[in-house]
Design a protein around this ligand. Structure first.
Ligand SMILES: [Zn+2]
Length: 63
C-alpha cells in the first residue's frame, strides 16, 4: 500500500511494478518514490484495508 507523492491518495502497488499512475490525480510517479504506508502479505487483506479506509472517508465527508 502506497500513497501518491502528489495527492496522498492511497493505492495498491504490485510487487515488481515500478511506475504507476495515480487513480486520484492522474499523475505518474515511481513506486520507489511513493511513501509506503503498509505492507500486506496478500491482496485480499490489502483490498479489505482499502475498503475500510474508503468507508471512513465517506463517513467523514457526510458530516
Ligand atoms: Zn495522486
Amino acid at each position: 500500500m502506497i500513497s501518491c507523492p502528489f495527492c496522498g491518495g492511497l493505492q495498491l502497488a504490485r510487487g515488481g511494478q515500478r511506475r504507476k499512475s495515480c487513480p486520484y490525480c492522474g499523475k505518474r510517479f515511481k513506486v520507489s518514490e511513493a511513501r509506503v504506508r503498509k505492507r500486506f502479505e496478500d491482496s485480499r487483506s490489502a483490498s479489505n484495508y482499502i475498503r475500510r479506509i474508503k468507508e471512513e472517508l465517506r463517513r467523514a465527508d457526510s458530516k
